[in-house]
Design a protein around this ligand. Structure first.
Ligand code: GAL
Length: 650
């Protein structure tokens, strides 16, 4: 064969093969910068933990190691022929984790796996993609949250005729505001029940919206307790008893009243604590000025008028284990063992006085271990001094974070898990002020079963939240297991809010949750009667975030005096319906869409446990009556969104 002929033949055969034999590309060869997942980063040809991809003991060379809930979006030219993969949970989790693999093409579901559990063999996926232009590869958590959901798309490959598929960025959803502004007439929004111990200082600020100036009064306050006419701050101290108080707020347009039960007894935190915490915002990049400003912004933004009241300092206010000692040449405690602050917090008492002066409360953080998570001085062996100084400084809330205690007991049994918490509870109880006690140990030993017994007012039920759908939804929808254990004074805590500008350090970014996901976040946390701690920069609240945090009907669900946590009553592949009984005999009902496309979710009244009959349904985000319904209520719900309603028997 001549050279010319050889070239002609090989060009022709190349051309034919590209026409007849399509191209192939592995999923793991595509750009994964836009892949969203509940934890970690996607592993390219390795698991999310960086190990060789392994499903049911079988190893794979190629593939993507994700973590639920994950979403990969792809753009196709309509000429991609097929997608094939072996899917399952990576063997590195042992037998833990459960994941569903779901594929959508042009908003139609093309494939959904069984719920695949850790240890099970891989499932084969083969999907025809002819004509498809938009593809979504999803993994969703099973029935036990996202923990250990190491979800592998092994040997995942596209065969195509035209162009190779390309990954795309996540869909952008415009911010939408649902809640009308509060009326100019006075409206009292603070909780209808408040607990304080006999002799402890009372601080209850009447939260009220409406035009200023406004004057406040209260009837039926016990001896020793008074209300400030201008600020609405109720202060003083008194003796044991249950007092029925009428709160009154007046402005030039009218007058509002609200009944408050003041329970002077052994229980505090009778409704879930509401406020702000520094961690999700600035992490360790905090100082006194930032805390003071945050308190000011809680007032200036008007959040205080909706019941937001705690300003909580998280980790990093104390001295660091080595550096501060080296730099300052000093110690981390004084001669009596009282803890010293670092240079960013020159005067704690002055700071708490300032915060209290605004009608707010304030919290602090430490670990039972020798060090905190971020390596600062912990309480170990100084629990008594720490409880004393926190009270002397004037704190109202303590987050007690296990972290460094891991160096004291490595594999704690139940007794060891409880011990440090009982220890601190003992000293807190001796202080002359009420300190809400927040346990933070990420849910170990099913803390929801015994957090109250060791003195906790609330306890974290999970690891740390981040501002992704996978993390927020994975945590939030996993709380059904804790439902029976919440009650006034004892709350499950699925971690702080991730709306607004967050960052865990000096640089902040807008929450990566879409607007609908943020409505889901606030609705779910309200239904769960969870502590509500905003984790963003309050000086940078935009209109959307402020609106999201100031819907009084939604907040009232969280603060309801019955103190029952919502339970999940209906669960389909994409939809969930959660129900929270309320003190007035009605129910708050959340219709959630966990799926990636808008769909109709139905709340069947019998399945919710409601008696037969007619029910009035009110949309809580829009604050609008939707009419009377018999048998069921259904609604179109946006992707990852919610419709939150109040259902009242007629
Ligand atoms: C974690 C805790 C976070 C934050 C952090 C501070 O253990 O879960 O919420 O407090 O420590 O270092």
């Amino acid at each position: 064969m001549t050279l010319k002929r050889f070239l002609l033949v090989s060009t022709l055969s190349l051309l034919c093969s590209s026409l007849l034999n399509a191209g192939e590309v592995y999923l793991s060869e595509l750009d994964m910068a836009n892949c969203q997942q509940g934890w970690g980063q996607p592993g390219i040809n390795v698991s999310v933990d960086g190990n060789k991809l392994t499903i049911g003991g079988e190893q794979y060379d190629k593939g993507l190691g994700t973590h639920s809930d994950s979403a990969i979006l792809l753009q196709l030219d309509g000429k991609v022929k097929s997608f094939t993969a072996m899917v399952g949970v990576d063997s590195e989790t042992g037998a833990r984790g459960s994941v569903r693999f779901v594929i959508y093409g042009d908003n139609k579901k093309l494939y959904s796996s069984e719920l695949l559990k850790g240890g099970q063999p891989a499932t084969q996926v083969a999907v025809d993609l002819s004509g498809v232009r938009e593809l979504m590869l999803l993994t969703t958590a099973g029935d036990n949250g996202i923990d250990y959901d190491h979800a592998n798309w092994a040997q995942a490959k596209f065969v195509y005729d035209g162009a190779a598929p390309k990954t795309a960025s996540q869909p952008v959803e415009e911010k939408y505001i649902l809640t009308p502004p509060a009326p100019a007439e006075p409206r009292i929004n603070s909780a209808s029940i408040f607990g304080v111990r006999p002799g402890s200082p009372v601080l209850y600020t009447i939260a009220a919206t409406g035009e200023r100036p406004m004057t406040f009064s209260a009837k039926g306050l016990p001896k020793g307790v008074t209300v400030d006419e201008k600020t609405g701050q109720i202060t003083g101290q008194t003796v044991r008893g249950s007092y029925k108080v009428t709160l009154i707020a007046k402005n030039k347009l009218g007058k509002a009243t609200k009944e408050l039960t003041l329970e002077v007894g052994d229980k505090i935190a009778l409704t879930p604590p509401m406020g702000w915490n520094s961690w999700n915002c600035w992490g360790c990049a905090i100082d006194e000025a930032k805390i003071r400003d945050s308190a000011q912004w809680l007032v200036k933004s008007g959040l205080i008028n909706h019941g937001w009241q705690y300003i909580n300092i998280d980790d990093c206010w104390m001295k660091k284990l080595d550096t501060d000692d080296e730099v300052l040449g000093g110690t981390r405690r004084d001669e009596q063992g009282y803890i010293l602050t670092n240079k960013n917090f020159p005067d704690m008492r002055k700071l708490t006085d300032y915060i209290h002066g605004l009608g707010l409360k304030t919290g602090i953080y430490i670990s039972p271990g020798p060090s905190t998570c971020a390596g600062f001085e912990g309480s170990y062996k100084y629990e008594k001094q720490d409880a004393e100084i926190f009270a002397a400084w004037g704190f109202d809330y303590l987050k007690y974070d296990w972290c460094g205690y891991g160096s004291i007991v490595r594999n704690p049994d139940l007794v060891a898990l409880k011990l440090p918490y009982i220890h601190m509870a003992h000293y807190l109880a001796q202080q002359p002020r009420d300190i809400v006690y927040s346990l933070c140990q990420y849910g170990m030993g099913e803390v929801w079963q015994w957090g109250g017994e060791v003195g906790g007012n609330c306890w974290r039920t999970t690891g740390d939240i981040v501002d992704t759908w996978g993390s927020m939804a994975g945590i939030g929808f996993d709380q059904a297991k804790c439902t029976p254990f919440a009650r006034p004074g004892n709350w499950n805590d699925p971690d702080m809010l991730v709306v607004g500008k967050v960052g865990w350090g000096p640089n902040l970014h807008d929450s990566r949750l879409t607007p609908s996901e943020q409505y889901t976040h606030i609705s779910l946390w309200s239904l769960l009667a969870s502590p509500l701690l905003i984790g963003c920069d309050l000086s940078q609240l935009d209109e959307f975030t402020l609106n999201l945090l100031t819907n009084d009907e939604v907040i009232a669900v969280n603060q309801d005096s019955l103190g029952v946590q919502a339970g999940r009553k209906i669960q389909t592949e994409e939809g969930e319906v959660w129900v929270k009984p309320l003190a007035d005999g009605s129910y708050a009902v959340g219709l959630f869409n966990r799926g990636y496309i808008a769909s109709e979710i139905e709340a069947d009244f019998a399945a919710l446990g409601l008696k037969p009959g007619k029910y009035q349904v009110r949309d809580l985000w829009r604050q609008q009556e939707l009419g009377n319904f018999k048998g069921s209520f259904k609604s179109q719900v946006p992707r990852h969104g919610v419709v939150l309603v109040k259902v009242t028997r007629k």
